[in-house]
Design a binder for this molecule. Structure first.
Ligand SMILES: [Fe+2]
Ligand SMILES: [Fe+2]
Length: 165
């Protein structure tokens, strides 16, 4: 059962957004790594791999439903930030954008009465909500410790544990 062309184009657009998000996380991981924030780097790296996995799921859904997924050039991700709080401001923005786009895609799938795509998209919702809440919580904790080095190191250790590596 092929996907409606308008919905397919919107889904293919999301392939780029997931890839762009992965690039951003890889860039954040490098930023953290060279600053001794190795736990944070591991957390970013894990997120990057998660976005790559999401991208692959969208590609598979398109291909499996008779629409060949295509790829675009990606913009260069940001690589300089003032502080870890500054980086996490971007993380919150990035995850919010992903959430909003999935929400819009669900709306389009409903309009097109494409329930298979609707249920495919719904499977991303719980994880997306958890990702957004987690990013927000880490940013809040970074704000609490501010420039206190010991506090930042503690959060870095927590992030390493969260990344499980
Ligand atoms: Fe994602
Ligand atoms: Fe994510």
């Amino acid at each position: 059962m092929p996907i409606d062309p308008k919905l397919a184009a919107a889904l293919n657009n999301h392939v780029s957004l997931e890839a762009r998000s992965a690039f951003s996380y890889f860039s954040m991981a490098s930023w953290a790594q060279v600053r001794g924030l190795t736990g944070m780097a591991a957390w970013f790296r894990k997120e990057a791999e998660g976005e790559m996995a999401h991208m692959r799921q969208f590609v598979d859904h398109l291909n499996d439903r008779g629409h060949q997924a295509t790829f675009t050039a990606l913009p260069e991700p940001r690589s300089t930030w003032e502080s870890a709080i500054d980086v996490f401001d971007d993380v919150v923005k990035l995850e919010t954008e992903l959430c909003e786009q999935i929400d819009r895609l669900i709306e389009v799938s409903h309009d097109q009465r494409d329930h298979f795509t609707g249920s495919f998209l719904q499977s991303f919702v719980p994880q997306q909500i958890a990702d957004m809440a987690e990013a927000d919580e880490i940013r809040d904790r970074l704000r609490i410790v501010g420039t206190d080095g010991q506090g930042v190191i503690l959060i870095d250790q927590e992030l390493r544990a969260m990344a499980g590596r």
